[in-house]
Design a protein around this ligand. Structure first.
Ligand code: GLN
Ligand code: ZN
Length: 772
């Protein structure tokens, strides 16, 4: 039996890669420095995996920016705007960021999505249902596949040099040809994507041959789209592809993860390859079928150590789940994590501030390797009894833990009458009452919540956290900030105010820190894209609110103005989707608990005189399951959680929601079912084109399609914004239209924010006149 790994985090224990990259991009470090840091991380990762007893270790799981970009440069899929005579790493950085250090000072600091000498960066998309973003490959009619970047072969040589004894070997990881093509965007259009498969396969064959020549025996070919619902054309592409690739001596392990195989089960079992890796955590319900159907003379790799979450594996349960596979496959059964460990933090050992009880329930990438080894040893008849007993004890302790389970929260959830979760009156009646109460003009203007987070604000928060200033000093500084943004909104002439969120570092962390059942790590970073990492909170237990979280600030803000002040909360689904979530109860249940805590906050805000309350559901769409047939259930409980949060308020209290995207076509009915009085969405980037969803479906309530893109420092003109509002007014009656930016303004400066909002208010005023 072989113990292997599919991928290890490349950021380093303390984000060393991030700092090295950013220093290189800023011109503070040379390429040689960057390469040395990268080599050190790879070396350390190899050593960590060897020490843990991993026998087949991944190579090419390292990337300076992104593994999909690695494939593009390897295959020569480099858009013309970046091409030059000889390939170098700066080309990859331009493809990812629109610029490289040698493009001195052109483009914006953020680097992404901006024009530069080299051309605009490639688009980023989420890697399946993770929070990792890849650079979308662009296929033009003149794209020619050709081995271009030799980094893969160098890293393979570097790894093979470490192979001192016979027990370890290295396994390069590639994104499979079918998944690669599926994820690529066809920009040229003249050549259908799938008709490029033969040319693409020819280059994959060359790559595999080179690897074979280097002495490689196994290659892992990631084909996660096997977890999607594929049509016959894409299914056939798999057969074509792997028949072609079977010509090479090197053995292929096709890896699928994040989902069951569904209807692709037969296909996966019949692929002419040496082995298959299967994610038995996400794919638990199809494991038995797969074990029965997969040919015993081939390798079946099973992942029961979850690469997507931070909980200790229940080794006893996993051993039971593996019994049949062990009996059938014997040494052809391989053991691995469920997917690449890229999606979990690196090392639990470095955490010093976690509650020791909670820490004992957790496992990060490094610890997951030990779990894989523990599991495999036990299957091999060489159980580490002490470690198994410790594992079993942690699992039993957690089930009975007072830290995790809170009877009061559970009783409250049990009592929840799910049939009584609607607002008392339908929207039309509410709208009439709200109109009389707020007396807003046509095209009311507002913003999404945050205002520019100046260095000063950040510093004050930091000083307070460190204890350098007193609570009273902190409060005074934040209140001064709130007074300032109120004065500015007054001056600009905005109709509905916000307090600006100066007290919030992050829209999830701010609430998570105040809720019970949430924990935060010191170093639990996970790569999001390029050098950007996020530190998702951990929801470990029943969630409850001890005291109001936002009322103090909102109430103070309301006291500064006669205009309505919007209360501002992050929604339950977003809180859930941006956290590591407990795995001992359905996500729906955890979501309901957060929603109930937020419901209390909503009611407290209302009682404190805040009669417009916005609940942000920025991440609702990204939580959609990978298989479309699972969408309905997710959307059902997502909508329900919004109702739990909002249904307690009076008819004349106005509920808003905000979503940071505009692809609504396939979820518009659920969004309407949330029944927010007003929704603000992103639309300006696509020129309102994305309001398409509203052509066939009449969104019944009020809506604020963003009229300017907050990601850009550009100041939109009055005319531009009038143009956009007029476009929107063709689809949505003017009485139900709001005027606002795309999203929160916290990443912007006041220099551009004030003139942009001034123009926005002018645009609304002009339109009001026109209509009158
Ligand atoms: N209210 C938040 C803000 O304005 C919303 C952020 C978001 O949608 N991502 O910053
Ligand atoms: Zn947003």
């Amino acid at each position: 039996m072989t113990i292997h790994n599919l991928g290890y985090p490349r950021i380093g224990d303390f984000r060393e890669l991030k700092f090295a990259l950013e220093a290189y991009w800023k011109g503070e470090k040379t390429l040689t420095d960057l390469e040395a840091q990268a080599r050190e991380i790879r070396y350390k990762n190899f050593q960590t995996q060897i020490a843990a007893g991993i026998e087949l270790i991944p190579v090419n799981d390292f990337a300076y920016y992104d593994q999909c970009l690695n494939m593009s440069t390897l295959l020569g899929v480099i858009p013309k705007r970046f091409r030059q005579d000889e390939y170098d790493i700066d080309i990859a950085f331009r493809m990812a960021r629109g610029r490289a250090p040698s493009d001195d000072g052109i483009g914006c600091d953020e680097g992404h999505l901006c024009e530069s000498r080299a051309g605009f960066a490639g688009a980023m998309k989420k890697w399946f249902d993770t929070n990792y973003h890849y650079i979308v490959p662009e296929l033009y009619d003149d794209t020619e596949f050709k081995i271009t970047d030799t980094r893969l072969f160098n890293e393979v040589a570097e790894a093979l040099a470490l192979k001192q004894d016979g027990n370890i070997d290295f396994k390069p990881v590639l994104i499979g040809p079918v998944t690669y093509l599926y994820l690529a965007e066809n920009v040229g259009n003249a050549i259908p994507k799938l008709s490029r498969l033969p040319e693409l396969l020819a280059v994959y064959l060359q790559i595999l041959q080179k690897l074979a020549d280097q002495g490689i025996r196994w290659v892992q070919v990631d084909e996660p789209i096997l977890g999607l619902e594929l049509n016959a054309e894409w299914q056939n592409a798999f057969t074509t592809a792997y028949e072609a690739l079977s010509k090479i001596q090197v053995k292929l392990l096709v890896a699928t993860y994040f989902e069951t195989l569904g209807d692709n089960l037969d296909l996966a079992c019949e692929l002419p390859v040496a082995g298959l890796h299967y994610d038995a955590v996400r794919g638990e319900k199809q494991l038995a079928c797969l074990v029965e159907q997969y040919p015993a003379h081939k390798v079946l790799s099973i992942g029961l150590v979850e690469g997507r979450n931070i909980w200790k594996t229940d080794i006893t349960a996993a051993l039971k789940q593996l019994a049949d596979a062990k009996a059938k496959f014997a040494n052809n059964l391989w053991i691995a994590p469920s997917c690449s460990l890229l999606h979990v933090p690196v090392n639990l050992d470095v955490e010093q501030k976690l509650d020791p009880e909670l820490k004992n329930y957790l496992s990060f990438a490094k610890q997951k390797l030990d779990e894989v080894k523990l599991l495999a040893d036990a299957l091999n008849g060489k159980p580490d009894e002490k470690a198994l007993a410790d594992n079993a004890k942690a699992i039993t302790d957690k089930k009975a833990s007072k830290l995790v389970h809170n009877a009061a929260v559970q009783a409250r959830i049990a009592k929840l009458d799910e049939t009584a979760l609607n607002r008392p009156a339908p929207y039309k009646e509410r709208a009439a009452l709200q109109k009389a109460k707020f007396k807003l003009p046509l095209f009311p203007t507002t913003t999404i919540g945050s205002f520019p987070q100046t260095a000063e604000i950040r510093q004050t928060r930091l000083k307070f956290k460190k204890g350098d200033i007193s609570e009273a000093q902190y409060i005074e500084a934040m209140q001064a900030e709130i007074r300032d943004v109120c004065a500015r909104q007054e001056r600009i002439g905005i109709d509905v105010f916000v307090h600006g969120e100066p007290e919030r570092n992050d829209m999830v962390e701010y609430f998570g820190e105040q809720l019970k059942g949430y924990a935060f790590t010191q170093f639990g970073w996970v790569q999001s894209y390029g050098s950007r990492c996020v530190k998702p909170p951990i929801i470990y237990g029943d969630v409850s609110r001890e005291k109001p979280m936002t009322v103090f600030w909102s109430q103070y803000a309301q006291s500064q103005t006669a205009k309505p002040m919007k209360g501002m909360l992050s929604g339950a689904v977003t809180m859930l989707n941006w956290s590591f979530v407990r795995n001992d109860q359905p996500r729906e249940q955890t979501c309901n608990q957060i929603a109930l805590a937020l419901r209390d906050e909503v009611l407290d805000l209302e009682a404190a005189g805040i009669h417009m309350i916005q609940i942000d559901e920025a991440a609702l769409r990204e939580g959609l399951p990978l298989k479309k047939s699972d969408w309905e259930d997710y959307l059902r409980w997502a909508v329900k959680s919004f109702h739990i949060t909002t249904s307690g308020v009076a008819n004349d209290t106005q509920i808003h929601t905000h979503m940071c995207y505009s692809e609504f076509n396939d979820i518009i009915e659920s969004v309407a079912a949330m029944d927010a009085d007003c929704i603000t969405i992103e639309t300006s980037k696509s020129n309102m084109k994305l309001l398409d969803a509203f052509v066939d479906f009449e969104y019944p309530n009020e809506i604020g399609p963003g009229v300017y893109d907050i990601h850009s420092p550009n100041i939109p003109t009055v005319e531009q914004m009038i143009g956009l509002i007029e476009k929107a007014a063709k689809l949505i009656p003017a009485e139900r239209l709001w005027v606002n930016p795309d999203c929160g303004l916290k990443t912007r400066g006041w220099k551009e924010t004030e003139p942009a909002l001034t123009n926005m208010v002018q645009a609304a005023k002009k339109l009001r006149k026109q209509i009158a």
